[in-house]
Design a protein around this ligand. Structure first.
Ligand code: CP
Ligand code: NVA
Length: 301
């Protein structure tokens, strides 16, 4: 594995190896066992969008691996003034050992990887959020013991989270059911991939149909970063796409609820469901740290 650009690029084995390493690094951290796998290495972290979890978990994670993290806001970089990504990639490759980037266009991340000569990690684009989904799979496996054979459900916008969860879930042997309103479906590339899994994948407009018998239910914000101007219109479109007690009644007993955060209580999830599943949701947030350390150690070693 040279980069982490999107879940579509990973084999099932690569995903499972990352999850195993993440579990091991979590165990070592909790038991005070040092793991300086990236001693003396530097990770540049480019942010063109806001972040709490991604920034703090990457910066802390590289430090725990013995390396150094450099926070690079696009407001301060020349890339924010129009320097081409192709040039930025070649320059940064002369200084750094790895780059994490959060931006809008997936093509920008792919260009960074193809023009640069160091590993690139996608910290979220409009298309996908692979680091989040690795943490999500880790959390499900931690709580349920397995992934294979479980039913994953996603409710809401067919956005970066939906795109990555569909691929991650199917590749690890889960069945995946997605409820999205018409016009807000996941990306065509992802739906083409999912079509190869036959009846293990379902796309419907009905939340209760998608949630039926689910072992884990995911949701995400109705308006993602960059869609702030559409927020009012999206509140109308997504009004019925909420994870609430009524929806959970259709799921399997002991169904988990996951949310990548930040959450909007009263919109995609009720405050009651959020608080009832807070342990799982904050385990998920914590696991960003462990999963990303596994990613960095794998691509930057
Ligand atoms: N879930 C997630 O990526 O959070 P941040 O936007 O805070 O990084
Ligand atoms: N879909 C959300 C995820 C945030 C982590 C967004 O892109 O804003």
């Amino acid at each position: 594995m040279k980069h982490l650009l999107k879940m579509l690029d990973l084999s099932e084995n690569e995903i499972l190896e990352l999850l195993d390493l993440a579990d091991q690094l979590k165990y070592e951290l909790k038991h005070g066992i040092p793991h300086p796998l990236l001693q003396g290495k530097t990770l540049g972290m480019i942010f063109q969008k806001a972040s709490t979890r991604t920034r703090v978990s990457f910066e802390t994670g590289i430090y725990q691996l013995g390396g150094y993290g450099l926070f690079l806001s696009s407001h301060d970089l020349q890339i924010g003034r129009g320097e081409p990504v192709e040039d930025t990639a070649r320059v940064l490759s002369r200084y750094l050992d790895g780059i994490m980037i959060r931006t809008f266009e997936q093509a920008e991340v792919e260009a960074l990887a193809s023009y640069g000569s160091i590993p690139v990690i996608n910290g979220l684009t409009d298309f996908c959020h692979p680091c989040q989904v690795l943490a999500d799979l880790m959390t499900i496996r931690e709580h349920k013991g397995v992934l294979q054979g479980l039913k994953m459900c996603y409710i809401g916008d067919g956005n970066n989270m939906a795109n990555s969860l569909i691929v991650g879930g199917l590749k690890t042997g889960m069945s995946v059911s997605v409820a999205c309103p018409e016009g807000y479906h996941p990306a065509g590339e992802v739906l083409d991939f999912a079509a190869g899994y036959g009846d293990k994948f379902q796309l419907t407009a009905s939340c209760t149909e998608a949630a039926a018998g689910a072992d884990v239910i995911f949701t995400d914000v109705w308006a993602s970063m960059g869609q702030e101007e559409e927020a009012a219109q999206r509140r109308e479109v997504f009004a019925g796409y909420q994870v609430n007690d009524q929806l959970l009644a259709a799921a399997a007993p002991e169904c988990m609820v996951q949310h990548c955060l930040p959450a909007h209580r009263g919109e995609e999830i009720t405050a009651q469901v959020f608080e009832a599943h807070a342990q799982e949701i904050f385990d998920e947030a914590e696991n960003r740290l462990h999963a990303q350390k596994a990613v960095m150690a794998t691509v930057m070693r």
